[in-house]
Design a binder for this molecule. Structure first.
Ligand SMILES: [Zn+2]
Length: 308
């Protein structure tokens, strides 16, 4: 009679358990915005990443849906912007998910805006100013000099969470950093052609990058931060002497384009609609590629202007 090897039940359970574990030991990441998901993917590609918003959504205003609450309650770490960007939904999400490690001040809640100095901080904010972020402009993910600081802090946080993967995370970080530095010199070269230009914007979505490139933002389609362009405000912009100098009207994919279109028709200035954050599409699926795409689009507009 043949002897059948038999495993005790607990050993079989253990083996099944190990088989179920992916390489990165099943790290579960919750990203409030796609930009932080992209950074995490570069460091822990095997992680299970849930992203709460897409480039077609306004990250200021989403709903704390049950699926997001469930994802956050299961996550090991949440990566968000902070500085009140998600003020309308993140507190609810944190409270309802009741994940003990993902709470303000705990290691499981990584806030990008807290890792860097922000532009345009306001000492005093009241409702008459519109939807102003008092801590400063939280849209830091397109800032060529700030993203590496955020990335370095994220590396440390992930290594602390996954000590066994610390070396692999470090290797991927170095690779990411080399590529970023290469791209950054290309952006720098473009900046020499773009410096001194100006564009009409809608909200402070691209402000860090434009400022870094030396592009002025004299006019904003929003009458006040967070408010849609009104007819009265658009007429004021049309009458502004600054409008003559701008090379384009720059808006993000998630923003309504009616105001931009109207001003474009009246003034002849082109509308540039670009993703405000990374997309799932090749060419804009990493922050570095997205910045390159925005810079190319701005260069094209600048070229059209000087040519015509
Ligand atoms: Zn904002």
């Amino acid at each position: 009679m043949a002897i059948k090897p038999r495993l005790p039940g607990y050993a079989l359970g253990l083996i099944l358990c190990l088989l179920a574990l992916p390489a990165q030991a099943g790290l579960r990441v919750f990203a409030c915005e796609p930009e932080w998901a992209a950074l995490a993917r570069a460091l822990v590609p095997e992680a299970d990443i849930t992203t709460a918003t897409s480039y077609l959504q306004d990250p200021h205003y989403i709903e704390a849906r049950p699926s997001l609450i469930a994802a956050m309650s299961r996550a090991d770490i949440a990566l968000c912007t902070g500085a009140s960007l998600e003020g309308g939904w993140l507190p609810t999400l944190l409270q309802r998910a009741a994940n003990p490690v993902i709470q303000p001040g705990r290691e499981g809640l990584f806030l990008a805006a807290e890792q860097v100095e922000l532009h345009s901080a306001h000492d005093h904010v009241d409702r008459s100013m519109g939807d102003v972020h008092p801590e400063g402009n939280p849209h830091v993910h397109l800032a060529p000099d700030r993203v590496p600081v955020i990335m370095a802090a994220l590396v440390q946080r992930l290594q602390a969470l996954q000590p066994a993967s610390a070396a692999a995370i470090q290797t991927r970080y170095v690779r990411w950093r080399v590529r970023w530095n290469n791209l950054r010199s290309q952006w720098q070269a473009a900046a020499s052609q773009l410096e001194g230009r100006s564009v009409v914007v809608q909200h402070a979505s691209f402000a860090y990058l434009l400022r870094w490139l030396g592009i002025a933002m004299p006019l904003d389609l929003e009458p006040k931060p967070g408010l849609p362009p009104s007819a009265g405000h658009l007429n004021t912009l049309l009458g502004s002497p600054e409008l003559e100098r701008v090379s384009a009207i720059l808006i993000a994919s998630h923003q309504g384009n009616r105001g931009a279109q109207w001003l474009s028709e009246q003034s002849g200035k082109p509308v540039l609609t670009l993703p405000g954050t990374v997309t799932g599409e090749p060419g804009t699926d990493t922050l570095g590629d997205l910045i390159s795409r925005i810079v190319s689009a701005l260069l094209e507009t600048a070229g059209d202007q000087s040519g015509g």
